[in-house]
Design a protein around this ligand. Structure first.
Ligand code: ATP
Length: 483
């Protein structure tokens, strides 16, 4: 009777109650469904009682928050239960409002704790396999390779489209191996200005160049004893490639301006969203370095090839962002999930993460609904999405396979081309029309061909933009406007 009433109150408040009358069954539910928000435990139950359930949970690392209910307010039992880690307790019969508040607090506490645990694990270099959602069959090979890679310290090369989770894979490999808890230093090689690549990676000595006012350790020195994660390693300039080869061959770095090399003990995990073998064939990447880095290759498939993971990823991101935003959001409506499952996610898990983040921030409800994903509706419907888009990170208009991925633009390269923008190829001052044409072409590349964004960035209307595209013979770019 009491059980039915409690379930009824919880269901009415928007929770989904699962009831059981025994401790053993409760434990098996908690083991099989780690996403349970909270458990209300009666201390008195036949066979396995409430305290025994809590002890088993602690032993097995089941972290679902526990609310204790007792028939008598014996201080001793309550104290023991709270010591065992119960989030709250109440004496039967309980007022419905008290029950609901207690459940809400417990769930909020749980999501917060999960977020704090994950952040702590990330910072301390102890992320484990349970922090990576990878239930889809397409991820099975990736996961088993990660487990093997974690057991050794050989160089690992992770390939996969932008945003698939390459850095997370690298962190999990480090967290699952003997270097867990040691430094994990991530460097985006594609984002370093060419003239600073060497000193950033290998450090420099005082006076090595103008502005080098003191000795500065590089990323390799910071990572000593741990792991360095070289993201977009294919973008390293040739000189830095030579130096990196030396680290891998000799275990030594040579800081800029140093008179002798320094020994380092660093595991190298590199990643690329462009097929490195193709760059090697094209002469853009040293072949000897390629073989040194690519001792143990791991491929991370794009999200559209593992849609089975979308639901779990969405739940994971909702829990994290709802806790951060201090909102109670219990999940996603089936229709909205269906929408997300149908989309192709050219920006992969990172795009999904940003999409859920935006929905969590904007919603007023307790469940994410279809209407909370206007960009995805627009893109699936083939309508102009860019107007509504608030993407914090650039997302390709359509999926870009690793074989076809273009290099990312370096900051400095953009600046250099900007400096030269008034001169034509003969060194003469360009005409206004030439500059305008080049500017429009540049904006189209920058905005992945999304014309509404291009128009907005250029400060002109879309019809003017289209007229100019025709005028300058740039109409090929119009095809990608749908995205
Ligand atoms: N399987 C996963 N489970 C949980 N979170 C994930 C998973 N994969 C990726 N993420 C999250 O998605 C975001 C993007 O992942 P990550 O930065 O590792 O991608 P990446 O492939 O290294 O991206 P880039 O190509 O831009 O360097 C991160 O916040 C990461 O924690």
């Amino acid at each position: 009777m009491q059980l039915r009433l409690t379930a009824e109150v919880a269901n009415r408040a928007g929770f989904r109650a699962v009831t059981t009358t025994g401790g053993a069954e409760a434990l098996s539910i908690l083991r099989s469904d780690r996403s349970m928000g909270a458990v209300i435990l009666d201390l008195v139950m036949p066979e396995v009682d409430g305290m025994a359930v809590m002890e088993a949970m602690a032993r097995e690392g089941l972290t679902t928050p526990v609310i204790i209910q007792t028939a008598t307010a014996s201080l001793e039992t309550v104290v023991t239960a709270m010591r065992q880690g119960a989030a709250d307790y109440f004496v039967k019969p309980v007022a419905p409002e008290r029950l609901v508040v207690s459940l809400r607090n417990a769930i909020k506490l749980d999501t917060l704790e999960a977020a704090v645990r994950a952040e702590h694990a990330r910072r301390s270099g102890t992320l484990s396999f349970s922090d990576m959602i990878a239930e889809a069959p397409a991820m099975a090979r990736t996961v088993s390779l990660c487990a093997k890679a974690a057991k050794s310290t050989i160089p690992v090369m992770i390939e996969g489209e932008t945003g698939v989770g390459k850095e997370l894979v690298a962190r999990v490999i480090q967290g699952g191996g003997e270097r867990a808890g040691k430094p994990f230093i991530a460097v985006n090689c594609g984002a370093l200005p060419p003239n600073l690549v060497e000193s950033t990676l290998f450090g420099h000595k005082k006076g090595a160049f103008t502005g080098a006012i003191a000795d500065q350790p590089g990323k390799f020195a910071e990572a000593n004893g741990g792991t360095i994660f070289l993201d977009e390693v294919g973008d390293l300039p040739p000189e830095a490639q030579v130096k990196l080869l030396r680290v891998l061959q000799e275990g030594e770095i040579e800081p800029v301006g140093a008179s002798r090399p320094e020994r380092v003990n660093v595991r190298v995990i590199s990643a690329t969203n462009r097929r490195l073998l193709n760059l090697t064939k094209a002469g853009e990447f040293r072949e000897d370095l390629y073989y040194r880095l690519n001792v143990f290759p791991i491929y991370v498939p794009p999200l559209r090839e593992r849609r089975e993971d979308i639901a779990a990823l969405v739940d994971h991101f909702i829990a994290r962002f709802a806790a951060e935003a201090g909102k109670r959001i219990t999940g996603i409506a089936p229709g909205a999930l269906d929408l997300l499952m149908r989309y192709d996610w050219p920006g992969n898990v990172r795009q999904l993460e940003n999409t859920v983040y935006r929905a969590v921030v904007l919603t007023d409800g307790t469940t994410l609904e279809t209407a909370d994903f206007p960009q995805i509706i627009a893109q699936l419907g083939g309508r102009e999405a860019a107007l509504m888009s608030l993407d914090a990170v650039p997302v390709p208009a359509a999926p870009v396979h690793v074989d076809d991925a273009p290099p990312r633009r370096r900051q400095a390269e953009v600046e250099t081309s900007a400096q030269d923008r008034f001169l034509d190829e003969n060194g003469e001052v360009a005409t206004v029309a030439e500059i305008e044409r080049a500017l429009i072409a540049f904006a189209i590349t920058q905005h992945g061909g999304r014309m509404a964004r291009v128009a907005r960035a250029l400060g002109i209307g879309r019809s003017t933009l289209y007229r100019k595209l025709h005028e300058y013979g740039l109409t090929d770019s119009i095809d990608s406007d749908a995205a």
